[in-house]
Design a protein around this ligand. Structure first.
Ligand code: PA5
Length: 447
């Protein structure tokens, strides 16, 4: 396997035999997952997606990305939840941290900026300002095609495109990623003649990073989506055997369930690279929306180190003992820097001078793992080789297959999200959307 899953730091919390004793359950839920006999099996298309995807559409995605790169300085990606977090995570992971701050003359590829994941008017105004008079295109992404936040943002940017380029010109700059047949976005795209890409029925929002949802923005950002798929494909092969002695993704799924049942009900995904922050946001959606139901499930949270060692660090070390921690470690850093030599050791850093910062970062990580374990926080390490497309595709698949197994082990349907509807109903009712009249009365009376 191309990921090293290291659970040696749970040994103070879990006996050796406990993992092996999960094998019967893991094998049963693996069969359910792969044979489609488990709950939510209509939404397991992501399992074979890395091999079984629409190759003709993939080529269209590559071509659209090239066109965007040639005619736009900015790509505005409009989407929320599963239609947003995967591409955001991938683009941050695969580019330098200050990528979006580089001036146009130093950029080979367009800036990718996101909209439709909040209803903040200030954010929209700021985004319009930063685009300025530069050429831009829009990729609007909504599986259902009816989500309010992206729909508002799309109306705004469609208007701006039409003002800038005329109706015809705007059409050639709008790419719609949505359901093959249903939804307001699909109808609008057909009526207007936009190029469309499909979110497959059998792939739920949070599993769509390797569909057009993720692939078009990622490709437009200049990243290699062939390699991303190749990494996921390799993981599909490597994690096909449910044997807990060898399958790292299944070990992770089983181990977090063992810990959960002992009272470790919150999992922190920690990273040591600022470019991994959004990977954690993607992971939080994947875990939280898959597992948090029927009043149970591990609460997914994240920490960015060293930053959060100086804030959450106190709690993690010493607060309520219901935390487990999973660290993402990148074996080979993207680049390195040597701690400079100084004539005088005024800052007391003489013992570090001449050392690579990657060495310092790595050593800090080891020290923190030991401290947290000593403080009562079981620790797991997910080590990837490189911060590149192949490793990322592999990692996406690792977490996806793990959450499928993990959710089934906890007896829930990992593939639905009924809880996401409650806020929408209230929002629609209070905003006066037609069809919600009764609810409007009921809620207004409570305000
Ligand atoms: O996972 C999910 O289903 C949600 O997070 C959706 O991705 C999110 O609500 C966006 O939905 P849509 O793509 O239909 O606009």
């Amino acid at each position: 396997a191309r990921i090293k899953f290291d659970y040696s730091n749970v040994k103070n919390f879990v006996n050796d035999h406990e993992l092996a004793q999960m094998q019967t359950m893991v094998s049963a839920v693996d069969r359910d997952l792969r044979e489609g006999t488990g709950v939510g099996s209509d939404f397991t298309g992501w399992i074979t997606l890395p091999t079984d995807y629409d190759k003709a559409e993939f080529a269209r995605i590559q071509a659209a990305a090239k066109k965007i790169q040639s005619d736009s300085k900015v790509l505005v990606v409009i989407g929320i939840g599963g239609s947003y977090l995967g591409s955001r995570a991938a683009i941050d992971f695969l580019h330098e941290f200050f990528n979006n701050h580089l001036p146009d003359d130093q950029r080979e590829f367009p800036q990718v900026l996101f909209a439709g994941n909040s209803i903040s008017p200030a954010y929209i105004n700021d985004l319009i300002k930063v685009i300025g008079d530069r050429d831009f295109s829009v990729n609007v992404i909504s599986k259902s095609g009816t989500t309010t936040e992206p729909a508002i943002a799309f109306r705004i940017f469609k208007n701006l495109l039409e003002k800038k380029y005329g109706q015809e010109g705007a059409k050639s700059r709008i790419y719609a990623t949505t359901d093959a047949k249903r939804g307001a976005l699909k109808s609008e795209a057909d009526a207007e003649g936009y190029e469309t890409f499909v979110v497959p029925d059998a792939v739920g929002g949070r599993f769509t990073v390797l569909t057009a949802c993720g692939l078009l923005p990622i490709a437009a950002s200049g990243a290699d989506i062939e390699q991303l798929m190749a990494g996921a494909r390799q993981a599909q092969v490597d994690y096909a055997d449910p044997d807990l002695a060898t399958n790292g993704a299944y070990q992770y799924a089983a181990m977090r369930n063992i810990l959960y049942r002992k009272g470790y009900t919150t999992e922190i995904l920690a990273n040591w690279e600022p470019t991994l922050q959004y990977l954690a946001e993607w992971w939080k959606q994947l875990q939280g929306e898959s597992e948090g139901k029927d009043h149970k499930g591990i609460y997914p949270s994240s920490a960015n180190y060293s930053t959060d060692l100086h804030s959450l660090g106190q709690y993690i070390q010493d607060g309520r003992r219901d935390l487990m921690e999973t660290v993402i470690k990148v074996a080979n850093p993207v680049s390195d820097y040597v701690v400079p030599l100084a004539d005088e050791d005024l800052d007391g850093l003489g013992y570090l001078q001449g050392k690579n910062m990657s060495y310092v970062n790595d050593t800090a990580m080891q020290g923190v793992v030991l401290a947290h374990v000593d403080g009562g926080v079981p620790n797991m390490i997910v080590e990837i080789e490189n911060q590149d497309e192949f490793s990322l595709g592999y990692l996406f698949y690792f977490f996806e297959i793990a959450v499928g197994i993990s959710g089934y082990l906890n007896g829930i349907n990992p593939f639905d999200q009924p809880g996401v509807e409650a806020y929408k109903t209230n929002m629609f009712a209070l905003l006066g959307k037609p069809g919600y009249e009764e609810k409007t009365k009921e809620l207004r009376a409570r305000l």
